[in-house]
Structures are given as C-alpha cells and as structure tokens.
Design a protein around this ligand. Structure first.
Ligand SMILES: NC(=O)c1ccc[n+]([C@@H]2O[C@H](COP(=O)([O-])OP(=O)(O)OC[C@H]3O[C@@H](n4cnc5c(N)ncnc54)[C@H](OP(=O)(O)O)[C@@H]3O)[C@@H](O)[C@H]2O)c1
Length: 242
C-alpha cells in the first residue's frame, strides 16, 4: 500500500517520529514546520501564515497526484501545535498566534487537502491531533485548550460535510502524554502560573510519558486499519485497535 502523508510539525516530537516511521516503511512524507522534517520531503514555513500555507500545499498536492506510483491512501496529520503562554498573562497577539497555528492552519490544510484531491479515487483521512485538554478543564491552559476544543468540533463539522463521500474519513485523536519538547516546556513553567504543575513533573519522574516512536507506531497501525471515522474524538488505544 503506497501512502502519501502530509504531516505538520514533522521537525520535532510526535510529528518527527511519525515522519521517520512512515518513511522507514516506504511511504511518501511531506513534512511542514519552520525547520526541516526529520524524514521525507520538507516544506519549511510558518503555519501562522495561512495564505502561504494554502498556496504551497495546493501546488505540492497537485504534483503528488501526477507522481508514480499513485498513492493508494492520502493522510493529512494536523499535528503541530503550540501551548502559548501558560497562565492568565496572555495578550491579544498570543490569541492570534495560538489560534492560527492550532486551529486556523489545520482548517486551511484540511480544506486544501480535500479540495485538491477531489478528483482522486484513493481514500483520504484527516487526522487532527487533539488533547485531553479539549474537554478537560486545566487552569492556565485556556488558549491551548480552547484551540483543541475548536479543532475537535471542526472535525465533526468537516465529517458531516463529507458524509456522502465514502473516500473521506476524519478523526480527532488524543495521543496521551508524550516525552517531547512540549512536556519539557510544561514542566519549566512555575506552579504559580499552573496549578497542575506538580502532576506533570510527577508523570515525568515516574517515567509515565510515552516514547514518541511508540505513539507513532500506534498511529500507523490505526491508519492501516482503514476505518471510516466520521469526525469521532478518540484516544490512541481506540484508534490503534487491538
Ligand atoms: N506532548 C504531549 O504530551 C502531548 C499530549 C497531548 C497532545 N499533544 C499534541 O500532540 C501534537 C504534537 O505535540 P509535540 O509534543 O510533538 O509538540 P512539540 O514537541 O512542541 O513539537 C511541535 C511541532 O510543531 C511545529 N510548530 C510549532 N509552531 C509552528 C509554526 N508556527 N509553524 C510551523 N510549525 C510549527 C514545531 O516545528 P518548528 O519549531 O520547527 O516549526 C514542531 O515540529 C500537538 O498537537 C500537541 O498538542 C501532545
């Protein structure tokens, strides 16, 4: 099975692990981040620049449909995200940046991905990487959590808009806590801005953070199941299956 992956945040953390795992098994990967992807082809740009993003990805997807062998599955992983300021000291500019990267870019990419591939016969999956914070209230994470709640609702709406097209699947996936730069940034924030600080420090000390490569392998397993998700929100275990 030849799979074409479009992965945001492919330079570090979970996105980098996914890109490496997909390339290692012979899939094609286009990774988007400000710095180069850990594996595959890189498209270096700032996801906050939504117009540039749509133009660059549209052009690349048009080319990809002419390449041989033709992909038998297309997967968009909206993985990149930023926490933004933790605590209540954020400003208007922070709101704009977090919502552009965490919500605007996934929406623009999903639209571009589905529109560009409209004439292609292969199945396509929009996989939005979410977080438990989309539904759980975590004091100090209002920007991040709100963006993830919006992303999950966008997934439900997008699936409804494409419910008559059996080629389209949409899922919001909460991957669990993973040992990445994002977790290091959480631990580096003082407890004065973040009441749950001690819990995240303890998770790290107890070795409870998942290895990004292990999470990536589970995501690949879930994608290979080829299920037609209709905007559902799920945890990694549900997505990856038995
Ligand atoms: N880590 C966890 O415990 C955890 C838990 C639940 C959910 N998640 C979710 O899992 C996903 C991956 O998280 P992670 O922990 O791997 O994060 P990470 O280690 O902080 O990596 C973030 C990635 O996003 C890219 N990125 C950030 N801002 C960008 C921008 N403006 N333009 C382009 N790329 C940008 C970064 O690349 P550049 O800096 O090179 O641009 C990097 O590749 C996120 O959606 C996160 O919310 C993580």
């Amino acid at each position: 099975m030849s799979v074409f992956w479009l992965i945001t945040g492919a330079s570090r953390g979970l996105g980098a692990a996914l890109a490496r795992a997909a390339v290692a098994r012979g899939d094609r990967v286009l990774g988007i981040a400000r710095s180069p992807a850990a594996a595959g082809e890189s498209l270096c740009l700032d996801l906050a620049d939504l117009d540039a993003l749509a133009a660059a990805v549209g052009a690349r997807l048009a080319d990809a449909q002419r390449e041989e062998p033709a992909p038998q599955r297309w997967v968009l992983v909206n993985n990149a995200a930023v926490l933004g300021p933790i605590g209540s000291g954020w400003q208007a500019g922070d709101v704009e940046q977090v919502l552009r990267v965490n919500l605007g870019a996934p929406m623009v990419l999903a639209r571009c991905f589905l529109d560009c591939l409209a004439g292609h016969p292969a199945p396509r999956l929009v996989l939005n990487v979410s977080s438990g914070a989309a539904t759980r209230v975590i004091a100090g994470w209002s920007l991040y959590a709100t963006s993830k709640a919006g992303l999950e609702h966008f997934g439900r709406c997008l699936a409804a808009e494409h419910r008559l097209d059996p080629r389209v699947a949409v899922v919001s996936l909460s991957p669990g806590v993973i040992d990445t730069d994002m977790q290091a940034r959480i631990r580096a924030t003082g407890p004065q801005d973040f009441p749950d600080h001690a819990r995240f420090v303890a998770l790290h000390e107890q070795g409870a953070l998942a290895d990004p490569d292990t999470v990536a392998a589970s995501i690949l397993r879930g994608v290979d199941r080829g299920l037609r998700w209709e905007g559902a929100s799920c945890r990694l275990e549900e997505f990856a299956g038995p």
